[in-house]
Design a protein around this ligand. Sequence first.
Ligand code: SIN
Length: 335
Amino acid sequence: MLKSVRALFFCTLGLTFCAALSAHADEPIVIKFSHVVADNTPKGQGALLFKQLVEQRLEGKVKVEVYPSATLYGDANELDALRNNDVQMLAPSLAKFEQYTKQLQVFDLPFLFDDLEAVNRFQKRAKGRQLLRSMEDHNIVGLGYWHNGMKQLSATRALRVPGDAKGLSFRIQPSTVLEAQFSQVGASTQKLPFSEVFNALKSGQVQGAENPWSNIYSKKLHEVQPFISETNHGVLDYMLVSNSRFWYSIPHHIRTELEGIIDEVTYAVNKQAEADNQADRQHIIDSGRSQIISLTPEQRQAWRDAMQPVWAQFEEQIGKDVLKAAQTVNRKHRE
Ligand code: SIN
């Protein structure tokens, strides 16, 4: 009865979006959580932990359905589905929000963050937190950042210096920064959904890619890429997002509980992600299917010198303040 009155109160307040309050207020709120990677990845594990904790603590009030590996929506349509409230939670890679905000492109800049700890520091500081709110005009609210890890370059030939990439075509996420990054080393790019990467590499449609170890191993990309260069040249992290109208229509006491669970899951995912990536790196070595190439400091510096001009190209649209804040998080601060 009380719930029905509250539901009516929310709806008559002018909050016309009452999807969180089901037609029968005694029925649980359903959160469909769709993503494009396998269960055995940092994001896949995070989604399952979120489901487990919500169902333990909010039993009967909230139900979570997890759809991994693009089984419900893929890269091409998941953000539209979220904005239409066909799904209520996603964690797309930060490279996939470009059409809603240019500011998040800061995460795609090559060689900006030295390591995942630096990324973590930026995400926790005021500028990083502000970016969680950068898409609210598009009905997308950021609930937290989840790590995957640093990206490695893989290809059909050994990539030691930038010139080795010349003439190859790389699969990229839908990001103009990533397009520019590869163009700096004379390579072309194709923007393809994650679910198509394995086949595109296998068929030779593209000859290279950039991924963290967990995505390479869980999607068997090392079986179709004979060489992986350990470049750590950029980051692939996620923003956990919901439909703003859906999220703010959840009754306050339930939303507060959900936010607490999200903080807990975020902590767990971010604590574990690097270890998972290192374990998958070792699995790839053990498989013997792909040769891992370690770069000398001079070789890595050559990649950095070749790609870093991209920062200046995107500084204006990302925002000087955002870029500046990101530049201060490395242990050895670089301009
Ligand atoms: C993901 O980790 O969600 C996929 C990233 C990609 O498209 O490469």
